[in-house]
Ligand binder design. Structure first.
Ligand SMILES: [Zn+2]
Length: 349
């Protein structure tokens, strides 16, 4: 029989094993003197296991992850959780209120980690997250979307040279797993610097709910909790393996103008294939945008009004076309990609 765990302590609150609590971490208040706090849901399992954080809206307008965490917290199997889950649905509370990626001081929180207690507004928020959440965790999953007017195919970004992370990043089961170094100042990079592996899930567009992205994200987080033995193994079909992308590159607009895209997210492209045409409004000066190499479209711009040099298509280098085709079929398939034990409410359309 496993031994009973001690209570989990955070922000002066003790959460008993086998219980859950909603905690508010105090943040700098509004200038109207209203208090602001970061909501944290602590699910402290009855039995020993890792501490995992799942965070969303580090960029305040990236809201698919907020919905992923809402659904995660409602799953019936969470009653059987081993270890501890720290779910933080809205990290950048200020940006979320303003429907903005940034903080009111115009800084990008995800370039300000680890932050400091006496630093800028963004730095202080980063410091709260690092000391209260990351420092208490063994592993983290940070949920993002593309920026406004952009869209990402569901993907995990992680440093797959990390032996712990590669196993968990594969277990997530996103269609693609992109090996990438963490940007300087990012939550992922700062956590890795403290020895805490963090993967980033990217899917969909800012300020939109996208059902498929939410479903892939929810299933992925559950897959990781299962791989850590925090949840019982699934009786259903396992997720397909991810296509691992060792590198990727952005194709940029060759001139300013109006973009007519010929490829979409998840499309497999060959070297030299025309991804889009950029032209002036009358179509006099058309410039094709060829794919620089063969691969899969993992990110794209949605707004067809473009400036020279703007990033248009994010292409991941891969030859795993047969595997990717299976992912594409299941993302488009009916009745959806959801594992049966996750279905519990109507999809968002
Ligand atoms: Zn983001």
């Amino acid at each position: 029989m496993a031994k009973k765990r001690p209570a989990f302590e955070i922000a002066g609150v003790r959460v008993a094993p086998g219980s859950r609590a909603a905690i508010n971490l105090p943040l700098p208040g509004l200038y109207t003197n209203d208090p602001v706090s970061m909501p944290v849901h602590v699910l402290h399992g009855r039995y020993e296991g890792p501490v995992v954080f799942v965070s969303a809206a580090v960029h305040g307008d990236e809201i698919n992850g907020v919905e992923i965490i809402r659904r995660l917290l409602r799953l019936p199997q969470m009653k059987r959780l081993r270890g501890t889950l720290l779910a933080v649905p809205i990290v950048n509370v200020f940006g979320f209120h303003n429907r903005s990626r940034y903080l009111p001081d115009r800084r990008d929180l995800n370039r300000m980690f680890p932050g400091s207690m006496s630093g800028s507004m963004a730095g202080r928020l980063g410091h709260v997250f690092m000391t209260e959440i990351v420092a208490r965790s063994d592993v983290g999953i940070d949920l993002h979307t593309a920026a406004v007017h952009r869209d990402n195919w569901p993907q995990i970004r992680a440093d797959i040279s990390d032996p712990v992370l590669v196993h968990l990043a594969k277990a997530f089961g996103a269609p693609v797993l992109l090996h990438s170094a963490a940007p300087p100042g990012s939550l992922r990079g700062a956590a890795a610097g403290n020895g805490i592996p963090v993967m980033v899930f990217e899917a969909g567009e800012a300020l939109r709910f996208q059902e498929v992205s939410i479903q892939v994200g929810l299933r992925g987080v559950v897959n990781v909790l299962r791989a850590l033995s925090m949840l019982p193994r699934s009786k259903g079909k396992p997720s397909k393996p991810s296509a691992i992308l060792r590198s990727s590159s952005w194709v940029r607009a060759p001139q300013s103008g109006i973009l007519r895209a010929h490829v979409g997210l998840g499309d497999l492209v060959e070297k030299g294939e025309v991804l889009a045409v950029v032209a002036d409004p009358t179509g006099e000066s058309e410039m094709p945008m060829p794919a620089p190499f063969g691969g899969v479209v993992i990110g794209r711009v949605n707004l067809p009004l473009v400036y020279e040099g703007e990033a248009m298509f994010h292409i991941g280098r891969t030859r795993r076309t047969a595997l990717l085709e299976r992912h594409i079929d299941s993302l488009q398939g009916e009745p959806g990609i959801q594992a049966p034990e996750l279905i519990e409410e109507l999809p968002i359309v």
